[in-house]
Design a protein around this ligand. Structure first.
Ligand SMILES: Cc1cc2nc3c(=O)[nH]c(=O)nc-3n(C[C@H](O)[C@H](O)[C@H](O)COP(=O)(O)OP(=O)(O)OC[C@H]3O[C@@H](n4cnc5c(N)ncnc54)[C@H](O)[C@@H]3O)c2cc1C
Ligand SMILES: NC(=O)C1=CN([C@@H]2O[C@H](COP(=O)(O)OP(=O)(O)OC[C@H]3O[C@@H](n4cnc5c(N)ncnc54)[C@H](OP(=O)(O)O)[C@@H]3O)[C@@H](O)[C@H]2O)C=CC1
Ligand SMILES: O=C(O)C(=O)Cc1c[nH]c2ccccc12
Length: 434
């Protein structure tokens, strides 16, 4: 851990917090604290290291990229071409296919961390982060777990810069449904789904028709299960490729020509209609706003079809309009129809967890996403930064990481030069308290 020191009571302690401070060891970090070791945390860590800035990364899981390692299904592949998914200053290996598998992506991220000598503090969950105006410093409180039945050590970090890299998909969304407790079959969220192997011959209700709902339904078909997919609201389905070129790349090229977003959307929808036909006749209603505008404004990702639509056309995936209530062994739909089902998979999406731990409400909205949209959502006040909340996937995270690291490096260099003396004093006080 670079440039840190331990103390059990730093000088900026406030009266009301005395009890807390005595209980927690306190660690001074001469550089930013980064929360989260997913692609965003790794990318900003790498960019900071390149500029000689010391940092620490706190990660609640026991590995890097825990979303990819622990919360995704076996057959997942990146659905944007690899050039849009690589992190700064370290390309994908040439032999990787255009759409790397999740295992290849994880391998890439592991070598990324190794290349930049990034070693996060694992099993350490940030419980709260608060700016102390009086001292101009952040207090970041964590729980460190050494085993699953360990209540955990409480630790506090003090730093000048805080980088939030906990992701747009930090927590699963689990809606409530009438009667689900009485249903009796197994119910899981898509983040716990690995493969359709154990569902062979089973009738499965997949709730949600985003990329997860579509791909889980497709995977279930491939294992001879019988999925019914709930498409409650409208959804954009686009082909992953247009005449052999990725649809995403086509959109990016059109935007480089300075075409307005709505006209790029129009072109994408015409291409989708030519390639996929009218998907509305299968129960997949299109939103009134175009796919890219909807992604930018509401964060709703269009489905990039990798084969589910063919299974919908053939009737192997049944599309249903909604859920009225569950009962033992079945579900009633809003039109009064009843389906017998064995299992339920909730592909109902994810949310940010920032409001649960960051004590701040100016920069982040109540949904835990920066209030200012891309490209202005990476810098808050008082040394607060966000990486990976752009609604632009991995390419947005990389752009944020470069901006954030550049900005922190600049002020770190200025402030450490100026404040070497006062930090030295704090250092000595920390050490003297140890
Ligand atoms: C199934 C799936 C497939 C996807 N495919 C693509 C794709 O092909 N292309 C693309 O561009 N995007 C894709 N995405 C979007 C995805 O969010 C990004 O690719 C990427 O994972 C975002 O990286 P991140 O580091 O911002 O967030 P995450 O990968 O979610 O990493 C955040 C990390 O923060 C940690 N964390 C959270 N809270 C705390 C806390 N309080 N204390 C400490 N640590 C904490 C988490 O454990 C996690 O490891 C996909 C998302 C999903 C769910
Ligand atoms: N291969 C890949 O790269 C993949 C990428 N991903 C990405 O992961 C992210 C998350 O995707 P995903 O998990 O699909 O989540 P999304 O948020 O995209 O989709 C959630 C779905 O659940 C539905 N839903 C939510 N609540 C209810 C409810 N109470 N009743 C009925 N339906 C409900 C939503 O419907 P409504 O619209 O009506 O609210 C929507 O269809 C996206 O960015 C996606 O692109 C996911 C899988 C694969
Ligand atoms: O797959 C995801 O979740 C992404 O966020 C990738 C992505 C970023 N911008 C897009 C626009 C259209 C489709 C996917 C994406």
């Amino acid at each position: 851990m670079p440039n840190t020191c331990l103390a059990n009571m730093p000088p900026m302690v406030q009266a009301s917090d005395h009890e807390d401070f005595f209980a927690r060891p306190c660690i001074w970090v001469n550089g930013p604290v980064i929360v989260g070791a997913g692609p965003s945390g790794l990318a900003v860590g790498a960019c900071l290291k390149e500029q000689g800035v010391p940092l620490i990364i706190l990660e609640r899981a026991n590995c890097i990229a825990s979303l990819w390692q622990n919360r995704t299904y076996d057959r997942l592949k990146l659905h944007l071409p690899k050039q849009f998914c690589q992190l700064p200053n370290f390309p994908f290996p040439e032999e990787f296919p255009e759409y790397p598998t999740k295992y290849q992506f994880i391998e890439y991220l592991e070598s990324y961390a190794k290349h930049f000598h990034i070693s996060p503090n694992f099993n350490e969950t940030v419980q709260s982060a608060k700016y102390e105006q009086t001292f101009g410093l952040w207090r970041v409180q964590t729980t460190r777990e050494s085993s699953s039945n360990d209540p955990g050590d409480q630790v506090e970090y003090i730093c000048r810069w805080l980088v939030v890299a906990t992701g747009e998909n930090a927590e699963k969304v689990v809606p409530e449904f009438e009667g689900l407790e009485e249903f009796g079959g197994d119910v899981m969220h898509a983040c716990d789904y690995k493969s359709g192997e154990s569902y062979s011959g089973k009738r499965v209700l997949v709730v949600g028709c985003g990329n997860s709902g579509m791909e889980v339904s497709l995977d279930l078909c491939n294992y001879n299960a019988e999925p019914s997919m709930v498409a409650r609201g409208p959804v954009h389905v686009l082909p992953r490729e247009v005449l052999g070129k990725s649809t995403f790349e086509v959109a990016v090229s059109l935007m480089k020509w300075q075409l307005p977003l709505w006209s790029v959307d129009k072109i994408l929808l015409i291409l989708a209609r030519l390639i996929l036909g009218n998907v509305e006749k299968y129960g997949l209603r299109r939103p009134s706003m175009g796919p890219l505008q909807l992604k930018n404004t509401a964060g709703k990702t269009p489905v990039l079809d990798i084969g589910a639509l063919q299974k919908i056309r053939s009737g192997e995936i049944k599309v249903v309009r909604g859920i009225k209530r569950f009962y033992p062994g079945g579900v009633e739909l809003p039109n009064g129809e009843h389906l017998k089902i064995d299992s339920v998979i909730l592909a109902t999406g994810y949310r940010s967890n920032v409001p649960s731990w960051l004590k701040e409400n100016e920069f982040f909205s109540k949904d835990g996403i920066p209030k200012n949209p891309f490209p202005d959502g990476w810098k808050g006040k008082a040394g607060l930064y966000a990486v990976g909340f752009t609604r632009k996937g991995l390419s947005g995270a990389s752009l944020d990481a470069i901006s954030v690291a550049h900005d922190i490096a600049k002020s770190w260099k200025e402030e450490t030069k100026q404040k070497r003396k006062s930090i030295g004093t704090l250092h000595r006080r920390c050490i003297s308290h140890f």
